[in-house]
Design a protein. Structure first.
Length: 445
């Protein structure tokens, strides 16, 4: 049952897109809303303007204890760490929830929830399109773009809300229960926030903690950690694999993508290419079919879907050299999948803001497949220490310089790939800004 927020004091922590959306939604419900952000006010002008209502109080430049201890609810934006004020308020009995939990409480529609380290945005987009093709009323939101609380009216009267969910969003759920859910993979990421891979994986696994037998949980059985969750999941588990055959489940058999033994589409007709995208196609097909899509709708979308910007996006070919933008490759696992997908020699541009990653698993792959590694950003020294002897390695002070150096060394048949294995915030606004700047530099060659 939806809680009554009227006249309740609610503190929203973090004034990025999700925080601003949550604040507006709560204000519309009659709550007394305060938003707090560590950035100074002069750096938050656009975000404050986006709040719209003069009724929402803004505390900038820090997090005053009183706005936490006096609150009836605290809503955490994704990515906000467990700051002391939140922990202290929780000890005093203040209810702390995530923006995702708030959206769940306000919704009157069932969810398809999708989490994992890599592939979330692609799978979320595919599932949304498949269900829409099957004539379902769908809202696609979450970590993929619009915040879930962006428009309360859109959370109601839908056949499905298809939500891309990060581990950060899942940390503070209590009752969130997706009817259909997926964990695509769990590879090394965000170890600047989590103590180890086990803790990171457990944050992902919270997606199924409230499910029941009548719900569906789609799991990647090619990922040992994800496969292990099947033993304790309360939902009906639907496996997917590109290496093994499953019935029921999604797999590749005799050149076809199959679901529950039915041939859905020849694998070579799937428009998005690469090993990682075959896994994404299997997961998306299983999710959409669990949610009531028909086989023809699933196949039609897989034939037509061109892929997403900044995810192994083809930019151009110049002098026989292909330029590929994989700015969303922000962790080691993503880079492995990206580089493995090329048979051509790769000139790789990598680096950025380290997230506590161990780069050594890339060593043997780079030795075999990367002819030149160009490093940028704050992590360049650490990456050079771990990988510099695997292949020829140089550094560049800017992304534009990296592109120029790559172009000078590339020969016909090579691929120049931006796949950073790092976050972008040391040099760019976000991974999208990094990808756009890469494409601009490539087009200027």
């Amino acid at each position: 049952m939806q809680p009554d927020f009227r006249k309740k004091k609610v503190t929203v922590v973090g004034l990025a897109r999700s925080g601003a959306a949550a604040a507006r939604a709560l204000d519309a419900l009659g709550a007394i809303v305060t938003v707090t952000d560590k950035k100074p006010l002069d750096q938050l002008a656009a975000q404050v303007a986006a709040l719209g209502s003069g009724r929402i109080a803004v505390e900038a430049g820090g997090h005053p204890d009183r706005v936490f201890l006096e609150a009836d609810f605290i809503v955490l934006s994704p990515g906000v760490p467990k700051i002391p004020q939140v922990l202290e308020a929780r000890r005093h009995g203040v209810k702390v929830i995530s923006e995702l939990e708030l959206a769940w409480l306000l919704a009157a529609s069932p969810y398809v929830g999708i989490t994992g380290t890599n592939g979330k945005s692609t799978v979320t987009s595919l599932v949304g399109r498949m269900l829409a093709k099957a004539k379902k009323k769908v809202l696609v939101a979450g970590n993929i773009g619009n915040a879930l609380t962006e428009d309360i009216s859109l959370l109601r009267g839908r056949d499905w809300i298809v939500a891309e969910l990060s581990s950060f969003q899942l940390e503070d759920i209590e009752t969130f229960r997706p009817r259909v859910a997926a964990i695509l993979n769990v590879t090394q990421d965000h170890l600047d926030r989590y103590h180890d891979m086990a803790e990171y994986g457990e944050a992902k696994a919270r997606i199924f903690m409230n499910q029941g037998k009548e719900d569906f949980l789609v799991l990647n059985f090619d990922d040992p950690l994800v496969k292990s969750y099947a033993r304790r999941a309360p939902a009906t588990v639907i496996p997917f694999s590109r290496l093994l055959r499953f019935n029921p489940g999604a797999c590749v058999m005799e050149g076809f993508l199959e679901y529950n033994g039915r041939r859905i589409i020849p694998a070579d007709e799937i428009r998005i290419k690469g090993v990682h995208n075959l896994e994404n196609a299997l997961a998306a097909a299983a999710l959409a079919l669990c949610a009531g899509a028909d086989d023809k709708s699933v196949a039609a979308v897989l034939r037509d879907f061109p892929g997403l910007e900044h995810r192994l996006e083809f930019v151009r070919e110049k002098d026989g050299v292909g330029y590929i933008n994989d700015s969303k490759g922000t962790n080691v696992g993503a880079v492995v999948k990206s580089v493995e997908g090329f048979t051509q020699p790769v000139i790789l541009i990598a680096g950025g803001l380290d997230k506590g990653s161990d780069f050594s698993p890339l060593y043997e792959l780079f030795r075999r497949k990367v002819k030149l590694l160009i490093l940028i950003g704050k992590a360049a020294e650490k990456m050079a220490g771990a990988l510099g002897t695997a292949t020829e390695t140089v550094r560049a002070s800017t992304l534009a310089e990296a592109v120029e150096r790559a172009a000078k060394r590339a020969k016909q048949g090579d691929v120049v790939l931006l796949s950073p294995a790092c976050a972008s915030f040391d040099m760019f606004k976000d991974f999208e800004d990094r990808g756009r700047q890469f494409k601009e530099a490539v087009m200027k060659l």
